[in-house]
Ligand binder design. Sequence first.
Ligand SMILES: [Zn+2]
Length: 222
Amino acid sequence: MKKIAQNIFLLELPEPSSNAYVLLGDSKAAIVDPSICSERQLDAALTAGGLSRKDFSRVFLTHSHADHASNARFFPNAVLRASCETLEKLRKKHPESFFAEFGVGFFEIPRAEEVVDGQCLKFSGFELLCLRTPGHVPDSVCFFEKKSKILFSGDSLFPVSLTGSVPRVFYSQGGSDLLRSWQKLEKECVGAKVLAPGHGPISKEVEKDLEESRRAIAGAFL
Ligand SMILES: [Zn+2]
């Protein structure tokens, strides 16, 4: 695991995984976007970081796409937290989740709780602000950890280094929803220091990333 802030780590998993982030609390851990890989690969990555799946009491999803959500099935005892639309897509086995494409069968969700826009979840010393950010997909959510000022953006915002080539893939639904979502991030994530995206490198230039993304999307869609 690669440390990105006090008690917050990037869990390094093999392709085609999304970035998975571990929040290490005093007694229990949480994971944002558990990603996709085999059970063995997941266990190996956790073991290398001194953890096991039973240490996790919470799984957060930024959206339902399989490269972010699939490994949630390996944490049946944790509470799955996601937007109501994400939970509905998973429950109804929505084709947009692309699970078949990744060779993962749909899975049951034994314990789930929806997150609401603007809700701040406090646990194990963390304060996670949940923000609905439609654009990449309608069910997208970003999580802003208020103490460390880290923005877990899923596929809703990427660092400058990726925005040149990635927007057409990740922003396939067009730009206007995303622009509104980025405005919201700017307003709500005051003082954001670190952008922890769903793919690619972590960035410490959140303001610049927002600005460059706006420019890229204007060129691509508007
Ligand atoms: Zn996605």
